[in-house]
Design a protein around this ligand. Structure first.
Ligand code: NAP
Length: 644
């Protein structure tokens, strides 16, 4: 385990000279038990991001020297490293590593997320020997991050499954989005499966191709492709009351409809996959290329063209600065303003020393994951609650939220070089975090380019070769890029999902009012499980893959209950579902997303937050950690009843 770290001392020392100090310190503390050095360094670490430390060079060197000696000692003696450290030791280490107190109740979550004590802490195991899942067929819809995660768990448990995927490859959103600059804005050493950590990320926030390659490599590593039917789009899934099975209908590439039966269905279709094309008058009259960011038309050469981007959300944030240098003119049509935060690591490559350390030094990657989890997790959650006594309720929620606002304004002002006129056009009038937070991809620098213009008037209509504004002005353009987002609230659409008694999901949810217990199960739809369902999107921090892993563990436990007990159906009780949603709505009401000054796709047309989770990561982890049979109504199979 320690051989590759110590086989070339010069390489080890070179890597340590360049690698991040906090994970290094934590490896040292874990392996050596030396808490004194931890206490010595801790006061110089001021936050979880790698750039938030000011450890003096001589102290860093002390850590490096001790770590070299410790690793060499482990390699020489063959000692086993301690992995089940006492909770108070872990808390002390973690708190030192991020420069703030990590509360005790986070420790079990963090041990699990980092895989510190086990290589697959979220795996679900049978509760007794000899259980066979043969004949229990499961359909997973979608081969993106959530679908593959579901498949991996089911495969481990020996539960038969097939994945139906509308595309010709795995990857979901990362396959479909090919717009220039497409990248993740959650750090990759955290935005990746906990059970399949990648030691090869080249960037802290990787580009689309690298993420897609990781997803593909995961599918290969777990040998999942043989279970996937590509190029088939599920159009309908109907629960048969008589057989207690789902009949899943899909359209193959040659347009043939086929139906297969399943005991259970897991939807892993995501929330952000059906582009939203706004009903702007005249949109069909435009004579040039017009396409959505998620349906990027690579055949269109933007060089030297007058290009319009409609929308200023996360997709525009990445597309705009990526194409601005090439086009003759870039017109950005901003309807409402978005908050944008900067991160010094956003454009950085992972340094050679860090990459070496991640690949060769045991536990380094795990502690780095911990750090990143902490940096972007629940830290801001409390500050996203409206404080009824706050005296500037239109623009911020409380003191911490107001500070955040001022910090971001400082950043924007700085980037705009003091251009107060432009600043006034881009600073949102509502509190930070109201809409999805964006990461600055040199957006403001782009706005300062001579060939870029920010248009803030309202669009009236589109004509053959131009976009016409409500104030009567017109902008001639050659190409229009719709960065207008997705139909997030219309979950599961356009699939027709038919539950008990012929009641459809649209009967239950209407067009845009989805609800589910834990975002996973709905009464009237037995044996149907959702990943990334209602109110599971993350808007305060975290990684959606963490949420997926929580949901998939829960679903695997529910399937285990079905199989071990010969249940034909498992259906969440109406009371568990309704109580949960009442609690959820109550919490949402006071969170920033429900702020009256905010319009966003987090809410439906009745102003109910339907997409975003109001819980902390810790809350949701606790809620989903253990499936509770008491929340479900189960019916046994006829065979099981006859055998009694
Ligand atoms: P979005 O956040 O929904 O942004 C859509 C933009 O289009 C908004 O600025 C919206 O304005 C504007 N818009 C919509 N209809 C319009 C109309 N009729 N006229 C003028 N403007 C209009 O969509 P997105 O940027 O594609 O991002 C969606 C989500 O995808 C993100 O929030 C994120 O979760 C995910 N994503 C992630 C990344 C990443 O880095 N990881 C990158 C891209 C996307 P209003 O704000 O006024 O509605």
């Amino acid at each position: 385990m320690f051989e590759s770290a110590v086989k070339d001392e010069a390489a080890l020392r070179a890597a340590l000279a360049d690698a991040d100090i906090a994970p290094m310190l934590m490896v040292l503390a874990q392996l050596s038990g030396d808490m004194d050095i931890l206490d010595e360094v801790a006061p110089h670490i001021h936050g979880a991001w790698s750039f938030m430390e000011a450890v003096p060079e001589d102290l860093k060197q002390k850590v490096r020297d001790r770590l070299v000696a410790t690793l060499q000692d482990y390699a020489a003696t063959g000692r086993q490293p301690p992995i089940d450290l006492p909770a108070d030791t872990l808390q002390r280490m973690m708190s030192a590593g991020v420069g703030q107190t990590v509360p005790a109740d986070y420790i079990p979550l963090l041990v699990e997320e980092t895989q510190l004590a086990s290589e697959d802490a979220r795996a679900v195991h049978w509760r007794r020997d000899g259980v066979s899942a043969d004949g229990f067929n499961t359909v997973i819809i979608g081969a993106g991050f959530s679908g593959l995660c579901s498949a991996i768990r089911l495969k481990e448990m020996g539960i038969p499954f097939v994945i139906l995927e509308k595309n010709q490859n795995v990857g979901g959103t990362w396959l479909e989005n090919i717009y220039p600059g497409c990248a993740v804005d959650t750090p990759n050493h955290f935005y990746s499966y906990s059970f399949n950590q990648n030691d090869k990320w080249t960037r802290h926030f990787s580009r689309r191709d690298e993420i897609l390659a990781y997803i593909g490599a995961t599918a290969d590593k777990f040998d999942l492709r043989q279970h996937i039917r590509f190029g088939v789009e599920v159009t309908r899934a109907a629960f048969n009351d008589r057989t207690s099975r789902w009949e899943v209908t899909f359209q193959s590439a040659d347009n043939e409809a086929e139906t297969i039966e399943a005991n259970a269905v897991i939807s892993a279709v995501g929330q952000l996959n059906r582009p939203s094309m706004p009903p702007i008058a005249g949109i069909d009259r435009f004579q040039g290329p017009l396409f959505h960011t998620a349906r990027w038309d690579s055949s269109v050469d933007l060089k030297g063209k007058r290009v319009a981007i409609i929308g200023t959300g996360a997709s525009a944030m990445q597309t705009g600065p990526s194409i601005a240098p090439d086009v003759a003119k870039l017109l950005i049509f901003q309807r409402t303003r978005h908050w944008v935060a900067s991160n010094p690591n956003y454009h950085k490559e992972v340094s050679a020393g860090n990459r070496w350390a991640i690949a060769n030094i045991p536990f380094f990657a795990k502690w780095m994951r911990f750090q990143l989890f902490w940096a972007g997790s629940d830290g801001f959650h409390a500050s996203l609650k409206m404080d009824p006594s706050w005296n500037q309720p239109d623009i911020s929620l409380n003191e911490a939220n107001h500070k955040m606002r001022e910090m971001m304004i400082d950043h924007i002002r700085n980037e705009l070089g003091g251009d107060e006129e432009l600043l006034a056009k881009v600073v949102p009038p509502y509190p930070p975090y109201g809409k999805r937070m964006l990461r600055d991809n040199h957006w403001y620098r782009m706005l300062k380019r001579p060939n870029v213009e920010l248009v803030t008037d309202a669009i009236d209509h589109i004509a053959e070769d131009s976009i016409l504004m409500k104030d009567g002005s017109a902008h001639k353009v050659d190409v229009i890029i719709m960065a207008t987002g997705f139909q997030a609230s219309k979950m599961l659409w356009p699939m027709e999902i038919v539950g008990r008694g012929g009641r459809t999901i649209r009967d239950a949810w209407g067009d845009d009012d989805p609800r589910a217990y834990l975002g996973i199960t709905m009464p009237g739809f037995p044996n149907l499980f959702l990943t990334y369902g209602p109110n599971t999107n993350l808007a305060h921090g975290g990684s959606i893959i963490f949420h997926t892993e929580c949901q998939v563990r829960y679903i695997a436990q529910a399937l285990r209950d079905m199989i071990e007990n010969d249940y034909a159906t498992l259906e969440v009780t109406t009371s568990a579902h309704d109580d949960y949603n009442e609690r959820l709505d109550e919490v949402c009401k006071n969170m920033v997303w429900a702020h009256p000054g905010v319009t966003s796709w987090y809410k439906n047309k009745h102003n109910r937050v339907t997409v975003t989770s109001p819980w902390t990561l810790l809350d949701y982890w606790k809620l989903t950690r253990t499936y509770s049979p008491a929340d479900y109504h189960a019916e046994r199979t006829e065979e099981a009843i006859a055998a009694e």
